[in-house]
Design a protein around this ligand. Sequence first.
Ligand SMILES: Cc1cc2nc3c(=O)[nH]c(=O)nc-3n(C[C@H](O)[C@H](O)[C@H](O)COP(=O)(O)O)c2cc1C
Length: 199
Amino acid sequence: MNKILENIKNRRSIRRYVEDQIKDEELDMIIEAAIYAPTGNNDQAWHFTIIQNKEMIDYLNVEAKKIMANITENLPDDWFSINEINGTAKKVGIMGRSERIHIFHHAPTVIIISGKKDATSPLPDCCAATQNILLAAESLDIGSCWIGIARCSFENQDNIKKLGIPEGYKPYYAVSLGYKASNKNKAPKRNRDVVNNIK
Ligand SMILES: Cc1cc2nc3c(=O)[nH]c(=O)nc-3n(C[C@H](O)[C@H](O)[C@H](O)COP(=O)(O)O)c2cc1C
């Protein structure tokens, strides 16, 4: 298998990190990979907020958990096209109320990926950049996890300003990054019955 395909298959969501910070050169390479993702209309209308300040990461975790704790029956309307998926809302509520949960998994680096609201396709653009971040990290043997629940950190709009996210941009996702403390995650079983081929 070539290195790119191997990298794609080896990447796992890593939820345990060592305390040591990743190197600036590594972070630069990861951001470089992000900005080489494709964008609708070549808008490149994204913004990346790098957070390596533990107090700020912990603050955003607490802010998110305040919102999560109050979610019991339904997720906010704009979250998913189907409101309740396999008890997801209940799980989010339980996570919000659990002392043990840190939404960024105590990672030393967090990147917030924001898209310009009036661009052609900000959400898919940010998704493409996010995946590039994960794959670049894996290629450097750095652990990563896509953090969708980070949106709860920004229900309080003041936090968008606090992070210096530009006016008109919406934070869609976060990625946690750090050297892996555990590399034993097995890939969740992939459903293969998802293809048809018209020849
Ligand atoms: C849109 C999106 C949101 C996600 N949000 C979270 C999250 O908030 N917290 C988390 O620990 N993992 C999150 N994940 C990671 C998934 O749980 C993970 O990718 C999935 O279980 C498959 O495992 P793998 O990444 O090891 O292949 C998210 C993934 C995606 C694509």
